[in-house]
Design a protein. Structure first.
Length: 500
C-alpha cells in the first residue's frame, strides 16, 4: 500500500439542514410558555417584527382562518422549509412589498406601542412580580440565628457555623463530611475537641435530628429519654433498623423476647421520628402546567382538538421597515440589514404557523386513537407507538416526538401530558391489545385485595394476572412491582395476623 500527499477530487453525498428547517424544528419542540419567551426575545432582537393590534387582527382574521384551513388540508406530508439561495428570496420580498399596498398606512413614522399595549405590558409586569415567591429561610440561616442567641466562644461559634454551612439540606440535614475535614489542622487535638463540642451543640438545635452523620444517630438525637418506650425504641434503632426495613419481625422477636404485637407497637412509635429533619427547608417548586391543546366534544359526539392561540402573540412585519427597504435614501448597508431582518421575521412567522398546523394534526390523531381515555380514564388506554401517528399524519417519527415533547392537553377528564398517550403493551388472552398501564392498574388492584397475612408471591401474581386475561412474564411483574414502589411479599407481610 502506497501513501502519498496531494490534492484529490472525491464525491460524497451528505445531507444538510437549511437554517430555516432547523428553526422550524426548534419552534415545534417549544411548549407554549417557552414559545412566548422565544417570541419576546425575537421581537427584542428583530425591529421589523411587531405584534398586530386588535384592529389589524380583525382585518386579517378571515384570511388567517382560510390560510390555516388550507394548511391543514394540504399539509398531508411533512413540508421542508427551504431557502432559495440563488434568487436571494426575491419572490418573498416581492410578496412583502405587496403587503404594503394591502394594509392601510396610519402613520408615516416608526410604529409605537398603543395605550392598550402599554397597559398590557404593565399588567404582565405586575402579574410577574406578584407571582415571584418570597425566598424562604434556609437551614443555614435558621441554625445560625439560634447560634447567635447562645453565649459561645468565638472558636466554638466559628466551628458551629462551619458545620451548619456543610449540612446537606436536600439530603435531610445530615453531615456527610468527616468532622476532621472541617478542621484546618486535623492533627490539632484541641481543635478536634472544639469541633466535637460544636457538633454536639448544633445537634441540639432545631430541627431535632439535624447534623446527624447517619440515620441511627439522627433517630437517637430525636428520641427523648422521657418517652414511655425509650428503652425499646433505643434498642430497635441501635440493633434492628435493617431488620425492620426488611420486615424481619420474627427474627427481632427471637433476639429480644418481645412479642410481635409489641414490636409492631414500638415500630409505629418509631415512625413518628423524622428521618429527614431538614426536609422542610428545601424549596419544592410547583411546576406550572399550561396546556398547549384543548379537547372539546362537538354536537356529533366527536372529540375535536384546538391549539392554544390566545397567549401566542400574532406577529406581523412592520410596514415602516418595508418602506425603508424601498426608500431611495436608504444606503446599501441599511438595505442589507433590513433584508436579513425581514427574512428572519418571515422565517419565524412561518415556523410558528407550521408548528400550530403540525401540532394540531398530531394531537388530533392521538385523540382519535385514545378517545377512550377521555371517556373512561387512564385505565382504558391502549398501546400506541409514535410510528403509528407518524404514518397516519405523514411526517417523520422524530417530528411526532418533537411535537409531543413537554406538551400538555386539556381534556374534559383533566390535563394530560401528550407524550403519556404513547404506551407499550401486550396481547390479552382474547387477542385484544392491552397497554402496560392497564396491567399495572390490575397488579395494584390484586395486591390491594390480597391477604396481608399471606401476601402473593410474584409467581402467584403472574397466575392471577393470567386469570384476569393478562399474560405476562414473572420478570415483568417483578420489574413493574419495583417501579410502582411495592415491596416484596415478605416485606408486605403483616406478622400481627400470623401465628408465629
Amino acid at each position: 500500500m502506497r501513501f502519498s500527499l496531494g490534492q484529490f477530487t472525491t464525491q460524497k453525498q451528505i445531507q444538510k439542514l437549511a437554517p430555516r428547517m432547523i428553526q422550524s424544528m426548534e419552534i415545534l419542540q417549544l411548549p407554549v410558555l417557552e414559545l412566548q419567551e422565544r417570541i419576546d426575545q425575537e421581537m427584542t432582537e428583530n425591529p421589523v417584527l411587531e405584534e398586530l393590534e386588535q384592529e389589524q387582527e380583525e382585518l386579517e382574521g378571515a384570511e388567517a382562518v382560510q390560510a390555516a384551513e388550507e394548511a391543514a388540508a394540504n399539509d398531508d406530508v411533512e413540508s421542508e422549509l427551504v431557502v432559495d439561495e440563488e434568487s436571494n428570496n426575491a419572490d418573498d420580498f416581492e410578496r412583502l412589498d405587496e403587503l404594503d399596498n394591502e394594509i392601510p398606512d396610519y402613520f408615516d413614522e416608526q410604529p409605537r406601542l398603543s395605550v392598550n399595549r402599554v397597559q398590557e405590558f404593565s399588567d404582565r409586569y405586575h402579574d410577574t412580580m406578584a407571582n415571584i415567591s418570597q425566598r424562604g429561610i434556609t437551614l443555614y440561616d435558621h441554625l445560625v440565628m439560634q447560634l447567635r442567641e447562645l453565649d459561645l466562644s468565638p472558636d466554638v461559634f466559628a466551628m458551629a457555623e462551619r458545620i451548619a454551612s456543610s449540612l446537606d439540606a436536600e439530603g435531610g440535614g445530615y453531615l456527610t463530611l468527616p468532622l476532621e475535614s472541617l478542621i484546618r489542622n486535623d492533627t490539632d487535638e484541641q481543635q478536634l475537641a472544639i469541633a466535637q463540642d460544636a457538633l454536639n451543640l448544633v445537634q441540639r438545635l432545631d430541627p431535632p435530628g439535624v447534623a446527624a452523620r447517619n440515620l441511627e444517630e439522627c433517630l437517637l438525637i430525636q428520641l427523648s429519654q422521657d418517652h414511655p418506650f425509650y428503652r425499646e425504641l433505643h434498642m430497635l434503632i441501635t440493633n434492628h433498623l435493617e431488620d425492620l426495613e426488611h420486615n424481619r419481625l420474627p427474627l427481632i422477636q427471637k433476639q429480644t423476647g418481645m412479642s410481635i404485637e409489641d414490636i409492631q407497637l414500638i415500630w409505629e412509635e418509631l415512625r413518628h421520628l423524622n428521618p429527614k429533619p431538614a426536609s422542610s427547608f428545601v424549596e419544592k417548586p410547583i411546576a406550572t402546567v399550561v396546556p398547549d391543546l384543548f379537547v372539546h366534544q362537538d354536537e356529533h359526539g366527536a372529540y375535536i382538538v384546538t391549539v392554544e392561540e390566545r397567549d401566542i402573540p400574532q406577529l406581523g412585519i412592520s410596514a415602516y421597515y418595508r418602506r425603508r427597504l424601498k426608500a431611495t435614501d436608504a444606503n446599501k448597508e441599511e438595505k442589507e440589514f433590513l433584508r436579513r431582518k425581514l427574512n428572519g421575521a418571515q422565517w419565524l412567522i412561518e415556523a410558528i404557523q407550521q408548528r400550530q398546523a403540525t401540532l394540531l394534526k398530531v394531537s388530533q390523531a392521538i385523540v382519535d386513537h385514545q378517545y377512550r381515555v377521555i371517556e373512561d380514564g387512564l385505565e382504558a388506554i391502549i398501546p400506541l407507538k409514535m410510528q403509528q401517528i407518524a404514518d397516519q399524519v405523514g411526517v417523520h417519527v422524530t417530528t411526532v416526538s418533537r411535537a409531543v415533547d413537554d406538551k400538555w392537553i386539556q381534556t374534559p377528564r383533566g390535563i394530560f401530558p401528550l407524550r403519556g398517550f404513547f404506551v407499550g403493551g401486550t396481547t390479552a388472552e382474547d387477542g385484544e391489545d392491552v397497554a402496560w398501564d392497564s396491567i399495572r392498574t390490575k397488579l395494584q388492584e390484586i395486591i390491594d385485595q390480597e391477604d396481608k397475612a399471606k401476601p402473593h408471591s410474584d409467581d402467584e401474581l403472574v397466575r392471577r394476572l393470567k386469570a384476569a386475561g393478562f399474560s405476562v412474564a414473572r420478570r415483568t411483574v417483578t420489574k413493574y412491582r419495583k417501579k410502582m414502589g411495592i415491596p416484596s411479599s415478605r416485606q408486605r407481610k403483616d406478622w400481627g395476623q400470623v401465628d408465629v
